[in-house]
Design a protein around this ligand. Structure first.
Ligand SMILES: Nc1ncnc2c1ncn2[C@@H]1O[C@H](COP(=O)(O)OP(=O)(O)OP(=O)(O)O)[C@@H](O)[C@H]1O
Ligand SMILES: [Mg+2]
Length: 461
């Protein structure tokens, strides 16, 4: 799972969790606050009635108190005497309900609390039951009782619940937007760092690192990547320069060694071993000269400043000429080289000299690694925009683990064998550079014991 997705999920769920906790707490606190208020209101009413009745226990006062409570909605107000017989009440109720009231008050007399929320009423709307005792100046005692329906409170509770849901939903939408934005903001620089390191790994060292003024970890990482790319580039350029210089400087002495050893080997010298040794010097100098030349050319291609002399060329004719040039090598190794062109109009814009060098490297590899009697097939095809050149042999093949590395300079699959066969490991590196200079692509597939296929794609004319 991507880091951005993980962060998105983590931030989203954290925000949703916080919202749920906040909504539930809001709902819970507002409910308890409302209950507390209601309880206080009922108890205060009862206390003030008890005070008035205590001071003036005449009929008019009782009727007045009764009238006040009858005006209140959703409640039943009862005045009991000391033995819990009803003196007066604001509403009608059955004997069964009365018995419940009396039982409740008689229990509460021995307890501290004077109010209770009773949940067992119809429609599950709780009722607040509250009582207080009174004593008149004439010595009469009794109880005032209120059965307050909390219907309006329940309505408000529903409103609060819906409001909480609404706010929760809005906050959830906001959470989606915020978490999306935050995860993008956090992961964008990391993705940039990933992209940069990938570019550096693929050899593009001129990476463009965004300049940031912030000093967070990711910005520091980006600037470290940039420093790393710069030092890698310096190191690569220095190495490139060193190889260019050395391959250039070795050319002249090698030309002398080769020239003089050629002179010596063609003379009748005594003892005969001198001639033999001159011959070895000549051969090794030639090999060295080849290597130095290859290295020098490779450095020039890699510099990116190499100039191609491009000409419109017919691929079929081009490969016919190459076939003629390789005739001797092919015959001496008893191989069979076939060139097959699928279309007629296979024109490409190439520097013939350089392109020949690239193709010759592939063909000489194929010749080198194919047993006598083997076949090398070159197939030329044209697609709308490009021409494909397939060079297939049925030789030894290349192990899968080496397939990615054969393009590296000096890389040889079996170095001891390749040295015997005369290879230095520069051929494919040169071929790849030349094909890239022609805006083409080259790929390889191979199976051990079955053979190897190289495919070149270049833009068609
Ligand atoms: N057609 C092929 N069949 C089998 N192995 C191959 C083939 N082409 C290349 N290789 C392997 O890939 C390695 C690299 O090839 P490359 O052409 O770069 O170097 P080389 O042939 O050893 O030396 P150079 O081409 O510089 O003389 C070779 O050493 C060889 O083992
Ligand atoms: Mg080669």
């Amino acid at each position: 799972m991507k880091l951005a997705t993980k962060l998105l999920i983590a931030i989203f769920f954290s925000i949703v969790f916080v919202i749920i906790v906040m909504s539930l707490s809001f709902y819970h606190f507002s409910k308890s606050y409302y209950k507390h208020q209601l309880q206080e209101d009922v108890e205060n009413r009862l206390l003030s009635h008890a005070e008035i009745i205590g001071a003036h226990s005449d009929e008019t006062t009782l009727a007045h108190v009764m009238m006040m409570e009858a005006g209140q909605e959703e409640n039943t107000f009862i005045i009991f005497d000391e033995s819990l017989q009803v003196i007066n009440s604001s509403r009608y109720f059955s004997d069964e309900v009365l018995a419940n009231y009396q039982l409740w008050i008689s229990k509460k007399i021995h307890q501290n609390s004077k109010t209770e929320f009773i949940d067992t009423m119809e429609e599950h709307i709780p009722h607040a039951w509250s009582y207080t005792s009174f004593a008149t100046i004439d010595g009469e005692r009794g109880y005032l009782f209120i059965d307050q329906d909390t219907g309006s409170f329940e309505k408000t509770r529903k409103h609060i619940f819906l409001l909480t849901l609404g706010i929760g939903f809005l906050a959830m939408c906001l959470a989606v937007i915020v978490s999306f934005y935050l995860s993008k903001r956090l992961t964008n620089p990391i993705m940039k760092a990933q992209e940069l390191t990938r570019e550096i790994a693929s050899g593009r060292l001129d990476v463009d690192v965004p300049i940031s003024t912030s000093k967070d970890e990711v910005s520091i990482l980006l600037s470290d990547i940039s420093i790393m790319a710069i030092s890698l580039k310096e190191y690569r350029d220095e190495r490139q320069q060193f190889l260019t210089n050395i391959s250039h400087d070795l050319r002249t002495p090698l030309t002398y060694i080769k020239g003089y050893s050629a002179l010596l080997k063609d003379q009748q010298l005594e003892p005969p071993v001198v001639k033999e040794q001159s011959n070895i010097i000549y051969q090794e100098a030639s090999r060295m000269e080849h290597l130095v030349q290859d290295l020098f050319h490779l450095m020039k291609y890699e510099e990116g400043s190499f100039h191609l002399d491009v000409e419109r060329t017919d691929l079929k004719g081009f490969f016919d000429q190459i076939q003629t040039k390789l005739k001797l090598d092919i015959q001496s190794k008893q191989l069979n080289l076939k060139v097959h062109a699928a279309n007629d109009d296979m024109y490409v814009a190439i520097d013939r000299g350089q392109f020949e060098r690239a193709v010759m490297n592939l063909l000489s590899n194929a010749i080198r690694h194919t047993q006598p009697g083997g076949e090398i097939n070159v197939a030329l095809t044209r697609e709308t925009q490009r021409c494909m050149i397939e060079i297939r042999d049925n030789g030894t093949g290349i192990p899968e683990k080496d397939l990615d590395r054969i393009w590296e300079r000096f890389y040889r699959v079996d170095s001891s064998r390749s040295t015997k066969l005369g290879g230095s490991g520069l051929g494919l590196a040169i071929t790849k550079e030349i094909i890239h200079l022609h805006h083409g692509l080259i790929s390889v597939s191979s199976k051990m014991g079955e053979g190897t296929t190289f495919i070149i794609e270049i833009p068609a004319e």
